[in-house]
Write a protein that binds this ligand. Structure first.
Ligand code: TYM
Length: 337
C-alpha cells in the first residue's frame, strides 16, 4: 500500500514564500517518491471563510494552481484538484460535524484568536464570527479523511488542525467502525527549518499581516521586497547574531547547509545587512527565476489551468465517490446508486 500525502492552499491571495517553503516545496518533493500517492488541492471552500470578493477568489484560484504547476508538480503522478469540484467533501463535512465535539472546536486557534480580539475590544465575544470560521477544522478534517491521507505536509500553524482531524476521524471510527477503521490517522509533516517562515517584519509571514514576499514577483520587485526586511541597527563591521535575525532564517530556508554556515560566520564577522540582503536576493532569484517564467506562461492560459483541475477532480472522485457510499452506509443513510 502506497503512502498517501495530501495538502491544500487556501485561495485568498497570491502564494508567498511561506506557503512555498512550508507546504508546496516539501509536497512536490514528496510526490516524486515511488511509494507515494499524492493529493494536492486548492482549498477554495476554505477561502470563502475569509473573503467575500468573488473576483479575488477566482484570481487566487488561478494563481495557486499555476504556482503548483510552475513549482514542478507532475499531474500525471499527483492528483491535483479544486476542493469545490469534489461534492463529497462538503457531504463528509456534514457527517463529521454531527459527531465533532463543540468543545474541541472551541479550542481552535483561529476561532479563539477572533474571540480574544473581540473581548479585548470590549465587544460581544462572537461578534463577526461566522459558522464557517468556527467549523473550519471540520472542513479540513473532511479534506484529509476523505482520501485517507497518511501524511500532511504543512507549516506549524496547521498542526492543530491535523490533530483535530485525527480526533474527529477516531471518533467516527469508534462510533461506526464496528471493528473496522474507516479512516487512517493522518500525521502532520513539518520541516523544522521552514515550519514558520518569518515575513518582512519578523512575525510569521502571512497574508493577514501584510508582510509577505510574493513567490513569483519580478526580480526587481523581489529585490525591493527584500530591501524592506527589518533588521537591527548594527553597522557594517559590528558582529551580528544570526539566531536573532529573521533575514538569516529566510536565507537558511533557501540555502544549503554550507552556505548557511558561511553566512552565519560572516554575520558574526561584521557582514553588512545590505550585503546579507543581496545574498538572500541572489539565492532566492536563482531558485525562483525558472519557475517564475513557467508561472507567467501558465497564468496566461486560465482555461488550460481549469481543464487540468477538472481532470484532477475526476481522478479524485474515483476514490471519493465509492468511499463516500461506504460512509453513508455506515451511518445508516442509503447510498446513491
Ligand atoms: P494556508 O493557505 O494558510 O497556507 C498554506 C500552507 O502554507 C503554510 N504556511 C507557512 N509555512 C511556513 N511559514 C509560513 N509563514 C507559512 N504561512 C503559511 C501553511 O502552514 C499551510 O501548510 N487550512 C489550510 C489549507 C488547507 C489544508 C487542508 C492544508 C485546507 N485543507 C488539508 C492541509 C490539509 C490553510 O489555510 O493554509
Amino acid at each position: 500500500m502506497k503512502t498517501r500525502v495530501l495538502t491544500g492552499i487556501t485561495t485568498t491571495g497570491t502564494p508567498h514564500l511561506g506557503n512555498y517553503a512550508g507546504a508546496i516545496r516539501p509536497a512536490i518533493t514528496a510526490s516524486k517518491a515511488a511509494d507515494v500517492e499524492s493529493f494536492y488541492f486548492l482549498a477554495d471552500y476554505h477561502s470563502l471563510i475569509k473573503c467575500d470578493d468573488p473576483a479575488r477568489i477566482q484570481q487566487s484560484r488561478l494563481e495557486v494552481a499555476a504556482t503548483w504547476l510552475a513549482g514542478g508538480l507532475d499531474t500525471q503522478r499527483a492528483t491535483f484538484y479544486s476542493q469545490s469540484d469534489i461534492p463529497e467533501i462538503p457531504e463528509l463535512t456534514w457527517l463529521l460535524s454531527c459527531i465533532a465535539a463543540k468543545g474541541l472546536l472551541n479550542r481552535a486557534h483561529a476561532y479563539k484568536a477572533a474571540v480574544d480580539q473581540n473581548t479585548a475590544a470590549g465587544e460581544d465575544p462572537d461578534a463577526g464570527i461566522t459558522m464557517g470560521l468556527y467549523s473550519y477544522p471540520v472542513l479540513m478534517a473532511a479534506d484529509i479523511l476523505l482520501f485517507n491521507a497518511n501524511r500532511v505536509p504543512v507549516g506549524r500553524d496547521q498542526i492543530q488542525h491535523v490533530e483535530m482531524a485525527r480526533d474527529i476521524g477516531q471518533r467516527f471510527n469508534h462510533l461506526f467502525g464496528q471493528g473496522q477503521d474507516f479512516f487512517v490517522m493522518p500525521e502532520a509533516v513539518i520541516e523544522e527549518d521552514v515550519a514558520t517562515l518569518p515575513g518582512l517584519d519578523g512575525r510569521k509571514m502571512s497574508k493577514s499581516y501584510n508582510n509577505t514576499i510574493p513567490l513569483f514577483s519580478s526580480a526587481k520587485e523581489l529585490k525591493t521586497a527584500i530591501a524592506g526586511i527589518v533588521t537591527d541597527s548594527k553597522l557594517p563591521g559590528e558582529a551580528k547574531d544570526a539566531d536573532n535575525s529573521h533575514l538569516f532564517t529566510l536565507y537558511q530556508a533557501f540555502a544549503s547547509r554550507e552556505q548557511s554556515a558561511q553566512m552565519r560566520a560572516d554575520l558574526l564577522d561584521g557582514l553588512a545587512w545590505g550585503e546579507a540582503k543581496q545574498r538572500l536576493f541572489e539565492q532566492l532569484n536563482a531558485e525562483l527565476s525558472e519557475p517564475r517564467e513557467r508561472y507567467h506562461q501558465l497564468i496566461s492560459k486560465p482555461h488550460e489551468l481549469e481543464e487540468i483541475l477538472q481532470a484532477g477532480a475526476a481522478k479524485a472522485r474515483k476514490i471519493a465517490t465509492p468511499f463516500m457510499a461506504q460512509l453513508r452506509d455506515a451511518v445508516g443513510l442509503r447510498s446513491f446508486s
